[in-house]
Design a binder for this molecule. Structure first.
Ligand code: FPP
Length: 237
């Protein structure tokens, strides 16, 4: 039997922090805090086993509609994460990229994110994408505007627009498409996450809530992926 390869690009919707907090009768903010611990383990493991790209959905364009208390808690955790983890991530040769519109974030968060991106931009290990104030439709609209502007300026011939023109105008420019999408907590939705990049992704929906998603579950998801038969619309010989 041929040895099946690990996914090059894993994307994760880290769902279930709220339900985990409810289950444990603690504040939602503490559920998110536990979620950060899980995320730390998954980043480390992805780097250690040689995943090329890991994309995590940390805050969507729709998450602003949550209570001010929860939004503040999430923003606080983000800042804390980038300040406390940056040394280790840099040491591990991790390259950080933020997907999403940073300008709507509080200034300290914007600064910390830009610092992290700048400091790690030459790193050649795990490519860690963190989606913050991210929505796939706004990302696609932004890409279309970039392409339209090039056409307007006469830098791009309309007949030369193809799939790679679009891929290169997205936040994930230069990266492979998603191979495996994991959404925890049993919900089976994409929630405006990487619509273009997931065109041929395999999906898995473990029922465990994100704070309870251990390395054992991560390996089970990777293993499941490695047993899938990916045909990309073709037919198996
Ligand atoms: C979904 O759980 C999770 C989120 C909306 C936020 C995920 C954020 C983190 C894990 C922490 C911040 C990120 C970084 C990079 C430090 P939910 O609250 O929607 O869960 P529920 O559906 O059970 O309510």
């Amino acid at each position: 039997m041929t040895e099946k390869a690990l996914p090059r690009h894993v994307a994760i919707i880290m769902d279930g922090n709220g339900r985990w907090a409810k289950k444990h009768r603690i504040k939602i903010a503490l559920g998110h805090r536990r979620g950060v611990e899980t995320l730390r383990d998954i980043i480390r493991e992805s780097s250690d086993i040689g995943i090329e790209v890991l994309t995590l959905y940390a805050f969507s364009t729709e998450n602003w509609s949550r209570s001010p208390e929860e939004v503040e808690a999430l923003m606080g955790l983000l800042l804390e994460f980038f300040i406390s983890e940056i040394d280790e991530l840099d040491e591990k040769n991790v390259c950080i990229r933020i997907l999403g519109e940073k300008s709507a974030l509080p200034l300290p968060q914007q600064e910390a994110l830009m610092k992290a991106e700048n400091r790690t931009k030459e790193n050649t290990g795990l490519q860690l994408n963190i989606a913050i104030n991210y929505g796939s439709r706004p990302e696609i609209i932004r890409a279309v505007k970039t392409i339209a502007e090039k056409v307007r300026q006469g830098k791009l011939d309309i007949d030369r627009i193809d799939e790679s023109t679009m891929s290169e105008a997205l936040y994930t420019a230069g990266q492979p498409d998603v191979d495996l999408l994991i959404r925890t907590s049993g919900e089976q939705r994409l929630s405006n996450f990487l619509l273009w990049q997931c065109a041929y992704a395999e999906f898995t929906f473990p029922t465990v809530l994100w704070p309870d998603f251990t390395l054992k579950e991560y390996h089970a998801a990777l293993d499941d992926y490695m047993h899938r038969d990916r045909r990309f619309g073709g037919r198996k010989e």
